[in-house]
Design a protein around this ligand. Structure first.
Ligand code: ME8
Length: 503
């Protein structure tokens, strides 16, 4: 099976922050899981570079827009590399390979009869590069719902796309394929807004700055930056080697840009007669220390702060925190320092770290570091039930559910240690076989945990495997999850705490 996952392409004007890191990390976890399952994965991220504000910022910094974009795109690439993100490609909309394809799609659109030249006047949110419908503009008191800056009344001659003709097709799509927009609440929001009526939308802008992709055959216009940006998902794989990846399996985004992905993008693809992506998944937002992140409040989780967390707790702990306590689903999440600390200590150090550490320490102490023979399969049924819940969660981006199932199993295994009290069994040689069986079950649990945490905490997973003496490369997921795979007689490695306690 193939699996094609994308993140938004980020505005090159911003510095990367926790929001960008979050979506990209979630996509990375999905990509790693599918690779583990043996799927052929294509994981795409990148930068959106033709926004008008790039021209302004570049000028402020005494650079050309391209120089400014190059510098900032590099910051994103370096950040993702540093954070161990395994994207297969990084697309930049200023790259010739993208520009060429975008022009080709635009030329195709111009021929469809769905596009006409018209004039538009409306309320424009310059920060978001989008027009707001009259009623929305009013609702937000003519200020940007995103950055609070006043909307601008603007009039432009543009190429328009007949979005208004697509209401029925879109509503049918949402009804027939409920998985197309997830979570359900978001799909319903989109459907309700479609029912309020769709206006035709501009897909070009007058090219004031010579920054953007020209509309083929019309020097006066560039492709509207949002249309240019959406094209990236297709342009990146629109070549003989990658064509089989289309349609994308999931476009991972946050709720702020759902309209573009759930309404505009599929209608573009319908007009272009291309297959639609299988899913658009819109997660919610990180806030920070209980409030909306804002530079002026000083609660922005920026790169420097992210670096500090990685230095203090390790990259894998950050990934775990993002996946387990982040805004997948419909609720916003709070990135709070105290919460991070608690999660690290309670869930990582006390539960998982402790289970693995005490298991290996006992094998060291009571069995000279050799994994003993199995006796019974006391944990097998719970393990199998957990694996199936984990699998289900991983398959539908319910990473919180998958991790909950896994952590329940960790808790159950810790209880099993208490109940079977190996330290008591060790006192009487008559219990030797019993003790063997308990230690084997625990070691096998640790192995299984190492497999299942791999997409979330690849380094920790490898550390567990090295300590357990099974450091060789993971085989395919379906084999690895079979209970009893750990060979008796395995010599364990050096034992060390996975998550040293923090205060
Ligand atoms: O919108 N919490 O780019 P962008 C969680 N270029 N995720 C967040 C977040 C937060 N507080 N803030 C940002 C654009 N994000 C366009 C996209 S795609 C064809 C073009 C993440 O740089 C989240 O994924 O503003 C959100 O959708 C994205 O960053 C917006 O990134």
């Amino acid at each position: 099976m193939k699996f094609y996952v994308t993140t938004p392409i980020y505005y090159v004007n911003d510095r990367p922050h926790i929001g960008h890191v979050y979506t990209t990390t979630i996509a990375d976890i999905a990509a790693r899981f599918h690779r583990l399952c043996g799927d052929e994965v294509f994981f795409l991220t990148g930068t959106d570079e033709h926004a008008a504000k790039v021209v302004d910022s570049a000028a402020e910094h005494g650079m050309t827009p391209q120089q400014w974009a190059d510098q900032n795109a590099q910051a994103f690439q370096e950040t993702f590399a540093k954070l161990g993100i395994t994207n297969d490609d990084f697309i930049r909309t200023s790259q010739p390979r993208h520009k060429e394809k975008a022009q080709q799609y635009m030329a195709e659109l111009l021929k469809t009869g769905d596009v006409y030249l018209g004039e538009y006047e409306g309320w424009y949110d310059a920060g978001q590069e989008e027009y707001l419908p009259e009623n929305k503009a009013k609702e937000y008191e003519f200020k940007s719902p995103i950055n609070g800056k006043p909307l601008v009344r603007k009039r432009e001659k543009n190429y328009f796309f007949r979005l208004s003709q697509y209401s029925d097709a879109l509503l049918k799509l949402l009804e027939e394929r409920p998985g197309f927009v997830q979570p359900d609440v978001r799909r319903k929001e989109v459907a309700n807004r479609i029912r309020e009526g769709l206006n035709d939308i501009p897909i070009s802008r007058t090219s004031e700055h010579n920054w953007g992709i020209r509309v083929p055959g019309d020097e006066a216009h560039v492709i509207y930056v949002w249309i240019d940006a959406l094209f990236n998902y297709l342009s990146a794989v629109d070549n003989p080697e990658r064509r089989h990846f289309w349609p994308a399996d999931v476009h991972l985004i946050a709720k702020d840009i759902l309209w573009f992905h759930a309404v505009i993008w599929p209608t573009m693809l319908m007009a272009l007669k291309r297959e639609l992506p299988r899913q658009v998944y819109a997660h919610s937002f990180w806030i920070s220390e209980g409030q909306k992140m804002s530079k002026s409040l000083g609660n922005f989780v920026d790169l420097e702060k992210i670096d500090r967390y990685v230095a203090d707790f390790g990259l894998d702990a950050l990934r775990y925190f993002l996946a387990r306590h982040g805004p997948l689903g419909i609720n916003d999440s709070d990135f709070a320092d105290a919460r991070f600390n608690d999660v690290y200590n309670a869930e990582l150090a006390d539960k998982m770290g402790n289970l693995v550490n005490r298991t290996l320490t006992m094998i060291q102490r009571y069995r000279n570091g050799i994994v003993p023979q199995p006796k019974d399969e006391a944990l097998r049924a719970v393990a199998e039930k957990m694996v199936s819940a984990y699998r289900e969660g991983m398959g539908c981006l319910d990473f919180v559910g998958a991790l909950e199932a896994l952590w329940d199993f960790v808790v159950r295994s810790n209880q099993y240690v208490e109940e079977s009290a190996p330290w008591k069994l060790a006192k009487d040689p008559a219990n030797a076989r019993q003790l063997d069986g308990v230690l084997y079950n625990l070691a096998e649990s640790a192995r299984l945990i190492s497999v299942l945490v791999t997409p979330f905490m690849p380094t920790i997973a490898q550390q567990i495997r090295t300590q357990l003496g099974v450091a060789d490369k993971l085989q395919v997921f379906s084999d690895e999850i079979a209970w009893g795979r750990l060979a008796a007689g395995t010599k364990i490695g050096l034992v060390a705490p996975l998550f040293p306690k923090r205060t």
